[in-house]
Ligand binder design. Sequence first.
Ligand code: TRP
Length: 386
Amino acid sequence: MPEFIVTPWEVSGEIDYDQIIKEFGIEPIDQKLLIEMKQITKEIHPFLTRKIFFAHRDFKWILDEYKEGNPFYLYTGRGPSGSVHLGHVMPWLFTKWLQDKFNVELWFQLTDDEKFLFNQSLSYEEAYNYSYDNALDIIALGFDPKKTFIFSDIDLAGILYQNALKIAKKITFSTIKATFGLDNSSNIGQIFYTSIQTVPAILKSLIDEKNVPCLIPHAVDQDPHFRLSRDVLPKLGYYKPASIQCIFLPSLQQGGKMSASIENTAIFTKDTPKEVKRKVNNAFTGGQPSAKLQRELGGNPSVCSVFKYHFMLFTLDDEEIKKIESRCRSGSLLCGECKNNLTQKINAFLKTHQEEREKAKDRIDEFLIKEKLDLKEIVQEKLKKL
Ligand code: TRP
């Protein structure tokens, strides 16, 4: 049994990211690359210095092209199988930062088709409706509507299909089996699906009628898709898409990642302050069994999920996080205080997010693009002409 699994459809166990770098053949983000990036962005996001965004493919090429006046666009996505939680928000915050710093377009794919095909208990309508629900969370983060295009695969099916065909013809079933572990019992939509996830990596090239570099910020589990994209797209005359890849926000319980399917492990963007408090209070920590022991022996932040939430999302100031860590280790910071601190920060974030999410309901048309697919209308139009 492997100790961990990381595929686009399953993430579990204690993940060894160094091993992933080797197995996937991705590049670690090193100091040299960060210095080069800083020349353009002027500052470095803590997600980079903290190795939360830890690996890439061809990011240096993206920077080189940018410096030579050939800017890239961003492409990322979300599989809308349920409500959004903080683990999803994390890479989107970084994507927003990239959009602001480089002043570039973002194409955001909502893969309702994927979630319908891969999740036996999710109906077509549910998956499609979650696209719209989840789009509100994306809009709430403050992306620039002039530079941001959000689409559901179902809504953009025609354009996606036209291009997915050309991609699909260059991928064999045996490659799909080897890359994704699919087998003869998989439904045929699952086998085809990856060709749909490749298309947004060329959408801007299609519009501009010339090749435009594409940078994909994503969690490392999506790398197998884009490995295939990088194989196929040059055969069709396009650039290979580049990527910048992050680790997973861990579960609030022991081990694993934040998971929408195991309720207490995750904090959802729709959670109330009370729910957040309860979940954080029940979180797995690196604390001692009693306050007395904690004062004597100190806690262990390196195994503590509360500390990881501070480190990965809510205490991005370096001095402040060092203080939390040293106070924890020395025993002067008890888990109760540290949890309260985190609860307050999460609730402050969610308060603003929920307000913006409400406002997004009236702004959804500023962001979403879709094709007109009303068959009745099409037929009537045809008949009118006769
Ligand atoms: N397949 C992804 C998921 O299940 C969604 C997705 C589509 C995506 N395109 C992407 C994620 C590009 C990151 C980057 O969540």
